[in-house]
Design a protein around this ligand. Sequence first.
Ligand SMILES: Nc1nc2c(ncn2[C@@H]2O[C@H](COP(=O)(O)OP(=O)(O)OP(=O)(O)O)[C@@H](O)[C@H]2O)c(=O)[nH]1
Ligand SMILES: [Mg+2]
Length: 266
Amino acid sequence: MSRKKTPKSKAGSVPAASTLPTAANRSRLAHPRTPCPGSEALPNGPPQSGRPSLGGTGDFYDVAFKVMLVGDSGVGKTCLLVRFKDGAFLAGTFISTVGIDFRNKVLDVDGMKVKLQIWDTAGQERFRSVTHAYYRDAHALLLLYDITNKDSFDNIQAWLTEIQEYAQRDVVLMLLGNKVDSTQERVVKREDGEKLAKHPAASGSLQEYGLPFMETSAKTGLNVDLAFTAIAKELKQRSTKAPNEPRFRLHDYIKREGRGVSCCRP
Ligand SMILES: Nc1nc2c(ncn2[C@@H]2O[C@H](COP(=O)(O)OP(=O)(O)OP(=O)(O)O)[C@@H](O)[C@H]2O)c(=O)[nH]1
Ligand SMILES: [Mg+2]
């Protein structure tokens, strides 16, 4: 597969739904808390695996995928993304995401440049219709709850139902219990997360094997890179399908590489 350079912004070349961000309206829809040097306005087009045609900043990549962060407001989606992208933690006042925002990051996965275009959605109910419009183009979803917030955990089933309704059937899905650094405030046991991941009532094509599950901390960085890397590896394997390449097993990978991960197969 040839390595290509992302063409200069193509944001104007693909029609976007009116509610979706474009170069012109992005700042109205999202309030990033830190400057986003890697951010760029991109079309909400069809899946891009194998065809690097996303608008860009000049990153080189071989394949590009769309990853969405979903879950209740306050679970740490924005912080997880900022930790992964910038290696920093957004402490202090909680500023809820408005609409949707995104960042790009190119990972080297087994010699191939994999570009993740990561969409950070607003967890608040009032933005749900905006989020729905993005599900269908997502190749992977990271579904978060907050281990210090029982409601966010209880709402996971509702999120899974929504995912089943709006996302592609073969979407790669991973469940993350965030804020694992807050040991004193923990109200959701790791075993409960594992149990839910093993037997989700609704989870699309991954139901057969249960969901890959990890606990993470955007504050300390625990398992954050691993979550995105695992997703990138899975997506890359699916798109290249090299005949002699050993099959990548997402569950086994995070079990082997994760810290504090026991895992997930039923
Ligand atoms: N202790 C701890 N706090 C965290 C962690 N991740 C996020 N937070 C805090 O939790 C609050 C919410 O984080 P956000 O990342 O903004 O939450 P969100 O899921 O993006 O929320 P919405 O944008 O409303 O959907 C902020 O005050 C963060 O500082 C974490 O891993 N550990
Ligand atoms: Mg947010």
